[in-house]
Design a binder for this molecule. Structure first.
Ligand code: LLP
Length: 419
């Protein structure tokens, strides 16, 4: 669990921009990118944190980007990523669109900007072939097994809607050939927050898929290991050994290269790993109260901002900052938000069980800092209870930049008025 910022800086930002506030640290993101430099291509799964300024930072560091919606393609373009297909394994496309379904507007956008499509269904291949001969495609394969920090983030196996089922590979290749599409590569993403014990199995499955692709008479330029790398949300959680991780994939790539008879690019597609630890969410304590044996600390930020605890029972570290810098003795506290819903609790386990947490005593006016919220924090926010989206700030070399202003209620109402 980490918080890259000093209390003084967080108080300054809270005073200047108000709370709730998302704060990101550029140096942490650069550090994580550097840890993955052995991969030919690091492709940021922007769903984890899609602010245009974060995307620009990624681009400046040589990171490519994955988009999973038309909106994410347009964000990538706004951040300066170049549209167009790859010109080989060593010139990968800047933007790849990954999905299992594609609506008409998205189809038109991938065609207009020549964005390679990482297809998770054969229907997508047919739809693309009907309008864009020569389009570059990846095949996202579901290898028949998966793993995730929650069932909701496991993207492999027969219960997952994601990817083309492994036994359908040849059918997908036939659709590519018949449709005049160009196979760029094979992709596998078995889930988010994966247990690395599965890695050997995933790499082995990829080599077999390459073998079958080659046997079916298709060439390819690259393979993608997907994302899924975990981060230590709790003290004592394991941190990933990126050298070992790369080593296993590199070995798989070499086996695949000996099958196809030429070099293959190796892509990694992390979201969480690159940004989670760079971010905190700031809230202000607005009330405290007791209910039977529980002590509640109520803050001005809820699951409309950070959904992970309510959605998955996810753990996020937290700390209480007092303006005078003193730390009160710890107290078991249930930390909850302002929403009109019982599940709006940050300290809960899977299934919504409330879990009081030992935290420094908190009083009205104190700051609550929620750790490791750089991934799947802001990007999963909603306007529930007609609460405007919070502001975002990026700190780089001690300088803070507002990278998203706070939404206003008037902006929300304007969507519905004067139609
Ligand atoms: N590639 C594909 C095709 C994906 O579906 C995802 C995540 C990633 C890459 C990036 O996975 P990562 O490296 O971030 O684990 N909202 C959940 C996570 C859902 C992830 C969905 N797909 C959470 O808050 O944990």
């Amino acid at each position: 669990m980490s918080n890259p910022f000093s209390p003084a800086l967080l108080w300054n930002l809270a005073d200047q921009y108000g709370t709730p506030l998302w704060v990101y640290d550029a140096a942490t993101i650069r550090e994580r990118i550097a840890q993955l430099q052995a991969f030919d291509t690091v492709r940021f799964a922007q769903k984890a944190c899609s602010n245009i300024h974060i995307l620009k930072l990624m681009r400046e560091q040589g990171v490519k980007v994955d988009a999973v919606s038309r909106g994410e393609i347009l964000r990538a373009l706004a951040a300066g990523f170049t549209p167009g297909f790859a010109s080989g394994a060593h010139e990968p496309a800047d933007i790849v669109f990954t999905a299992d379904v594609m609506d008409e507007a998205t189809l038109a956008t991938v065609v207009e900007h020549q964005v390679p499509v990482n297809a998770g269904s054969i229907d997508m291949l047919h739809q693309l072939a009907a309008v864009s001969k020569g389009h570059h495609v990846w095949l996202r394969i579901n290898p028949g097994f998966g793993h995730g920090h929650s069932n909701k983030t496991n993207t492999g196996g027969e219960h997952s809607k994601h990817g083309i089922w492994h036994s359908e590979l040849e059918a997908a290749l036939t659709a590519i050939k018949a449709g005049g599409l160009v196979l760029a590569g094979l992709h596998m993403h078995i889930g988010s927050g994966v247990d690395y014990g599965h890695l050997q199995e995933v790499c082995g499955a990829m080599v077999k898929l390459v073998e079958r692709t080659h046997a079916a008479g298709h060439d390819l330029h690259a393979i993608s290991a997907g994302g899924g790398l975990s981060i230590p949300y709790r003290d004592g959680d394991a941190t990933i050994d990126t050298t070992h991780y790369h080593g296993l994939w590199h070995a798989a790539r070499q086996q695949a290269e000996s099958i196809v008879g030429h070099k293959l690019g190796l892509e990694l597609e992390p979201g969480r790993f690159l940004v989670a630890e760079s971010g905190v969410l700031l809230g202000t304590v607005r009330a405290t109260k007791n209910a039977g044996s529980n002590h509640f600390v109520l803050v001005d930020t809820g699951f409309n901002e950070l959904m992970r605890p309510s959605m998955y029972g996810s753990y996020h570290g937290m700390e209480v900052l007092r303006r005078d810098g003193l730390q009160l003795p710890t107290q078991d506290s249930v930390v909850a938000g302002p929403l009109c819903e019982s599940g709006d609790v940050f300290t809960q386990g899977d299934g919504g069980v409330v879990l009081p947490r030992a935290l420094a005593g908190a009083n009205v006016g104190d700051l609550l800092v929620i750790h490791d919220t750089g991934a799947y924090g802001s990007s999963m926010s909603s306007n529930y209870n007609t609460r405007p989206l919070a502001a975002e700030v990026l700190v780089d070399s001690g300088k803070a930049q507002l990278i998203r202003r706070r939404q206003t209620v008037d902006e929300l109402l304007a969507l519905e008025m004067g139609l």
